[in-house]
Design a protein around this ligand. Sequence first.
Ligand SMILES: Cc1cc2nc3c(=O)[nH]c(=O)nc-3n(C[C@H](O)[C@H](O)[C@H](O)COP(=O)(O)OP(=O)(O)OC[C@H]3O[C@@H](n4cnc5c(N)ncnc54)[C@H](O)[C@@H]3O)c2cc1C
Length: 408
Amino acid sequence: MTTCADVLVLGAGPAALCIAAELVEQGLVVKALASHAPEQPWPNTYGIWAEELESLGLASLLAQRWTNTVSYFGDGVGDDGMAPINHNFDYGLFDLAALQKTLLARCGDLIWNVETAEKINVLGAQTEVLCRSGNAYQARVVIDASGHRSRFIRRPDHGPVAEQAAYGVVGRFSSPPVASGQFVLMDFRPNHLSREERKQPPTFLYAMDLGDGIFFVEETSLACAPPLTSTKLRERLLARLSSRGVEITEVIHEERCLFPMNLPLPDRQQPLLAFGGAASMVHPASGYMVGALLRRAPALARELARSLAVEPALDSQALAKRGWRVLWTPGQVQRHRIFQFGLSRLMGFDEAELRLFFATFFSLPQQDWTGFLANTLSLPKLVRAMIRLSLISSWDIRRGMALGSTHF
Ligand SMILES: Cc1cc2nc3c(=O)[nH]c(=O)nc-3n(C[C@H](O)[C@H](O)[C@H](O)COP(=O)(O)OP(=O)(O)OC[C@H]3O[C@@H](n4cnc5c(N)ncnc54)[C@H](O)[C@@H]3O)c2cc1C
């Protein structure tokens, strides 16, 4: 039997490290356990709008930063169809080693037990995590940061969950797949697709120049249920590149991405807390989450520290309730519903409708579209941005957003 901590954090991904760092800084007694050591490199590439990190004073955590940031929403035919939209907003890729190191340094001498949790028992005043090894760990409350597919967190079943899927290659190419020094958020040009293929779920290219003749190109399906397979996405990527006379000459790294976009919000009455993917914190309309982790961890940690200091007798259920109230405030829940609604509408659009929608969306004032994508707008500002979007949309897009697409 080990001693009882204030909080036990489950996981060693970005969510676990973010929340553990904040809890330690609040002076709480923290335990952590994960299936792998917290220093093990994270497998994904994480991107973020640079301003999100600047506003947190963390811009130095970017490994690379692009000022030339564009998207393509034309049909790929003629000058008009080929023209990019300039975002005039910097985008970056995290230096993952630096992010991990910074968060671990903030965790001080917190020890991560390399264990796989199998069962969580809420015993009233405390909660026990039973591990595959047979070891048990106790804490006043547990924060599950074990990712999108956590089996410990209860959430309602709203039917099939749409997943973002992508297949990407970091490599060298016969000729540059994107312009030198450029970042492409979304290239939706469909001119390499047959009529039949255009009726299938749309995908776009996410791509960037990494320097030294190396590029990252990734064919992405924003959200689909069931998700597109990586074989299909690879096929689409190669067809897109080939239509531009580009071939992959060296594969340095392959990325296969699959994560849920519209996971229902967790049951906020359960005696267990969650953070990150397990807490449905992925932005349902964009797929981004790391900025939200950094922004939302401090309030949760502060609330737990305050609750434990002011009411030391609180049990796991009561502590979890306090935590959920702070993590998913009524405003956050409303905003999440708006994003989920938006995603559900987008998933009904065909590729021509999607291109038209995004061209309109990115013509919103910069603070509106960036705030929407990062989830940094207050609820009233988000609603105003959505009204503005409706006002500048074509009649067909407006009707599609209000009533669902009829594939006009
Ligand atoms: C390929 C890919 C690319 C992405 N790109 C971006 C991006 O560019 N920008 C962005 O903001 N978001 C991105 N996301 C979305 C999201 O930010 C990531 O999915 C992120 O990794 C989720 O963080 P997490 O810490 O919640 O979960 P994870 O990163 O999945 O970490 C879960 C942790 O829990 C541990 N664990 C799981 N089960 C147990 C158990 N039973 N016992 C003990 N430990 C356990 C795991 O070992 C791991 O340490 C991407 C996702 C993917 C898959």
